[in-house]
Design a protein around this ligand. Sequence first.
Ligand code: FES
Ligand SMILES: [Fe+2]
Length: 420
Amino acid sequence: MLRIASYPEDSAARMRAEAKARLEHPGYALTGYFYRSAVVYQTDLEQILYRSWLYAGHTSQIPEPGDFFQYEVDEDAFIVTRGEDGVVRALVNSCRHRGARVCEEASGTRKTFVCPYHGWVYGTDGSLRGARHMDRQGAFCPGDSGLKQLRVFIRHGLIFINADPDAGDFSLALDRIDPALAPYELENAKIAHRQVYRVDANWKLALENYLECYHCATSHRSYARSHSIKEIAPNVEVLRAALWERSQRMTGVEGVTRTFDGCYDAEAVFGTSVWNNRYALFDGFQSASQDGKPVAPLMGQFRGFDGGAGDFQIGPLSFMLNYPDHCVLYRFTPRGLTATDIEVVWFVRSDAVEGRDYDLQTLTWLWDVTTQEDEYIITRNSAGVNSRFYEPGPLQPDFEYIEIRFIKWYLEILAGSTAP
Ligand code: FES
Ligand SMILES: [Fe+2]
């Protein structure tokens, strides 16, 4: 059973003090307080989540006017629509009368959203189209009563949203990883499969697990057979150098080995953390498959397999693992103090046909197995850090360096939080 611990004396002042105290221990994990405190969780949402660029979905999910899908974060829901004018918008799924949700389906096609409570009617652009008898309320202005909207930014068909009207431009960060990302031509890709793994753990435990491969050798047998980053860098230096030598030649992609590191504490604009790198698969592996063979037709500009995988961070809470023949996106979404949705999305090129060009089970095998293994270790981690006797240990500097950077970035935000 899931228990949510509470701290009777919790406050923003205590949170800031705890964050400042932890900053005195660089290279160590967070204390249990940061995973258990409701004050911390609300601050996470306000100061980080809703000020960051979040991956919401892909344009292929809403090709026609009226198409929509929903993205749920914590207790909020956003309807990502394509309006009659073709514009993609992110609407807050909460009626401007008394707040009821105006849409229940996860996705679909609509001309309007009609609130089930008192029947207010909204267009797919969010504008209020009808409100029964509200003309009798003197101050009511229909033009000011459309569904609230978040900012939207689209790159290569990937739709990002941001709740902060003053958020910095995402394109500056994305430009840095574009030489390596653009050649996959995700704007011409389709979603072969999506799966949500609900994990009973605070979002930071799920994210931190993604940020390190110290656990890969012990927790991911299948992954560790094919992916060389389960090894400490000096052990695979020869493999990496060989990959670098052949990558451009074998893929035909000029920017394939261009790398960039702007993640967390090095991000240029808040909420736009990005990195990209390429690492080697072990000899005999062309893709993330059980037998090492390709699983789908080559993506975008790729003309061959180099035995490498592109590793990307695209915003603070989303990532991609891109092989020449398919791309896998990871998104971490808080759904409560101790609940997180990990969504995994498998992309293939848009003209690939299931059954002919790819087999869904073969395509999804590795990252489905690996995510289930992660689900297990993340929940075990959650159970352990919730013990009153838990004391953070030192992090391993070669494997857990991104986590070290995340923790520093995170604690500095909390330490400087102006929450009352
Ligand atoms: S709450 Fe939507 S119409 Fe009243
Ligand atoms: Fe993992």
